[in-house]
Design a protein around this ligand. Structure first.
Ligand code: PEP
Length: 253
């Protein structure tokens, strides 16, 4: 049985007070209404991590960060290390989000280093992959995803990656209101699982949660989550409203 995860990526949104209010609402809703073992991961901006983390007094509501630096420590002004995140209470870290790839030039070599540093600090990486609109239109999406998966993960052993989570996030679906159809998403998730099986073996591939991300909302989540290889969601916009986020979690049957 793979873990089911719904992670909320707040991106660069919410003031301190708004972030605390959102986190408390989610925890309260979760306690009152969620009777499954779906894991919720709240992923606020760095500066809110400690304060949000203190509110998360439910074993299935966890804390994550949106990025970390690839080096362990040192003279990197303005950066945040994996060990700092871990000591601030984060269990997860998103790496390779398409916004980091697009606006900060992050690519597989760097992301492999970040994954290594995150693992060494005890963080569970949520490694994001996904094709652009042009790449899908040119029917290159499988090649792109293969090179993103292989490029960052092939330097690791299965043992090293035992806490890995992958998020398939087609870039054309992020923040656009366009969602991959459940069939399109399932096809890519099965493809990713097959890549993991070829490189790391069947038992490993069956254990890695693969989340779908791209305009997930309370209306489309149930159908996406009903697919065999979709183990949850990485949610942006809809994670900023507690009711929507909880309804997405409740979409698991
Ligand atoms: C994301 O940022 O990872 C994301 C999927 O955003 P949205 O849900 O808003 O498309």
């Amino acid at each position: 049985m793979r873990k089911k995860i719904v992670a909320g990526n707040w991106k660069m949104n919410k003031s301190f007070e708004e972030g605390l209010a959102l986190a408390s609402e989610i925890v309260n809703f979760y306690k009152d209404e969620v009777h499954s073992d779906v894991e919720a991961v709240l992923i606020p901006p760095f500066i809110h991590l400690v304060s949000v983390g203190r509110l998360l007094d439910h074993p299935h509501v966890q804390l994550g960060a949106q990025n970390c630096h690839q080096e362990v420590s040192g003279a990197y002004t303005g950066e945040v290390s994996a060990a700092m995140l871990s000591s601030a209470g984060a269990q997860y870290v998103i790496l390779g989000h398409s916004e980091r790839r697009q606006y900060f030039g992050e690519e597989e070599g760097l992301l492999a280093k970040k994954i290594r540093t995150a693992l060494a600090a005890g963080l569970k990486p949520i490694y994001c992959v996904g094709e652009t609109k042009e790449e899908r239109e040119d029917n290159r999406h499988f090649d792109v995803i293969e090179s993103q998966v292989e490029g960052a993960l092939s330097v690791f052993s299965a043992e090293e990656l035992k806490t890995l989570v992958i998020a398939y996030e087609p870039v054309w679906a992020i923040g656009t209101g366009l969602t991959a159809s459940p069939e399109q998403a399932q096809e890519v998730h099965a493809f990713i699982r097959n890549l993991l099986e070829k490189r790391f073996g069947a038992s490993f591939s069956q254990l890695v949660p693969i989340l779908y991300g791209g305009s997930v909302n309370p209306t489309n989540a149930a159908e996406l989550f009903s697919k065999r290889d979709i183990d949850g969601g990485l949610v942006g916009g809809a994670s900023l409203k507690s009711r929507d986020f909880i309804n997405i979690i409740q979409s698991f049957v």
